[in-house]
Design a protein around this ligand. Structure first.
Ligand code: PLP
Length: 425
């Protein structure tokens, strides 16, 4: 066989994606004003949509105190970190943010990473090797799957939310060190991991429990401390390691791993995605520091968010819309086929609402959905308007194929979340 030509292969793969209606297209946002944003079309026209797909759950990304902190720190300290943390990129603002995060979440130590994605790569790569096992929920985020691959460990997956399944998988690999890994709040489903049961399983199997709390931080638990605190566990003391990301409820960019002193020090000295990369811009750390202070004290944001979630679910149910079970800001409406999910999203956009259609491989085959994401900034009128638009869209696409098959006509793609790989394995 001759060596394949990569350009030919790429062209074929792209043609296949277009045939299957699975091309991914970015939408360009020209301006943001709270939950409203101006989206550019390809023909240069633009329109304002009410945004129901951002992860800015507490509405902090444009908060004046957060933006001021960023501007002020940038004017003093510059735009970039200038080097990795271990060379000369570790700034007092990074140090202050790590302390604030550890104090808030209630963990002995925190370590900043460039993003949640690289933090996950770093944690699994630094802690696990070839002889070890990583047991993961089937619907874990794609970065955790990639992280297990990078570490070279053996990976086993258990049915979604099934603590007994996790126990069985841990028992099948009794030798080597073990890590039990789960999303705290599942990014495409909005449900919450059974952390108390999982922590018990981890303890009996001498496994470290690692909770990726990208969607729990700021939203769940006392003072928004996340899903671990909500389950009355704590990071660090009971063999729990936790990921907090700064790009979702905290409205900025970056991430932190929280846990016991020795684990954090080991990560700082050995995690390649920590060592071989430039530190976060100190100004970004200053912005997150301001955001954490707001998130931990302004309880009204969480209260308003919860009221909005309950209102949305009540209204949706009244309109006969079948939502997946979730009490978090992530409220998925299952559509089944890709075509249907995309048709629904387009019908919503026509009515002025932006909701992401999420298709495989981000979610398993036949489980395409609309992922409605609520924010503390949505008003009652926004939510009521969305539910009415959803009901109308649902009527409009009733005729559209619901068989769950992916062979759709080419259509304009809808921007999506990161690849989740939930269908694999
Ligand atoms: C978004 C997300 C990540 C990645 O975090 P970034 O900071 O955006 O890189 C990791 N895990 C989960 C569950 C996520 O939803």
């Amino acid at each position: 066989m001759p060596r394949p030509d990569l350009h030919t292969r790429i062209a074929q793969a792209r043609a296949q994606r277009i045939d299957a209606g699975r091309q991914r297209v970015r939408r360009t946002v020209a301006r943001r004003d709270g939950v409203r944003c101006e989206v550019l079309d390809r023909d240069g026209k633009s329109r304002w949509l009410v945004n129901f797909c951002s992860n800015d759950y507490l509405g902090l990304s444009q908060h004046f105190a957060v933006v001021n902190a960023l501007q002020e720190a940038a004017s003093r300290h510059g735009a970039g970190g200038t080097a990795s943390h271990l060379v000369c990129g570790h700034h007092a603002l990074h140090e202050a943010l790590e302390r604030e995060l550890a104090d808030w979440i209630g963990a002995p130590r925190a370590l900043l990473f460039g993003s949640g994605y690289t933090a996950n790569l770093g944690v699994l790569q630094a802690l696990l090797g070839e002889d070890d096992v990583c047991v993961q929920d089937r619907l874990n985020h794609a970065s955790l799957i990639d992280a297990a691959r990078l570490s070279g460990c053996r990976m086993r997956r258990y049915p979604h939310l099934d603590a007994e399944g996790a126990l069985r998988q841990l028992r099948t690999v009794p030798e080597g060190a073990a890590m039990l890994v789960t999303d705290g709040v599942f990014s495409m489903d909005g449900d919450v991991a059974p952390l108390r049961e999982l922590s018990l399983v981890a303890r009996t199997q001498r496994a470290l429990l690692y909770v990726d709390d990208a969607h729990g931080i700021g939203v769940l638990g006392p003072d928004g401390r996340g899903s671990v605190a909500d389950a009355k566990l704590s990071s660090g003391n009971t063999g729990v390691l936790q990921l907090a990301t700064l790009g979702k409820a905290l409205g900025g960019y970056g991430a932190a791993v929280l846990g016991a002193q020795d684990v954090i020090e080991h990560l700082a000295e050995t995690a390649r995605p920590y060592i071989y990369t430039t530190s976060l811009p100190p100004a970004q750390a200053a912005a997150s520091l301001a955001a954490v202070k707001l998130a931990r004290t302004e309880h009204w944001r969480r209260d308003k968010l919860q009221t909005g979630i309950a209102h949305f679910r009540r209204l949706a149910t009244r309109h006969g819309l079948e939502l997946l079970p979730s009490d978090t800001p992530i409220q998925p409406l299952l559509c089944g086929s890709d075509v249907r999910a995309v048709a629904m999203a387009q019908a919503l956009e026509t009515q002025g609402y932006w909701v992401a259609a999420i298709r495989p491989p981000t979610v398993p085959e036949g489980r395409a959905r609309l992922r409605v994401a609520l924010s503390a900034l949505h008003t009652t009128a926004d939510i009521e308007g969305l539910v009415e638009a959803l009901a109308r869209a649902n009527d409009e696409v009733r005729g559209v194929d619901i068989s769950g098959d992916a062979s759709a006509p080419a259509h304009r793609g809808i921007a999506e979340h990161t690849e989740h790989d939930g269908a694999r394995n």
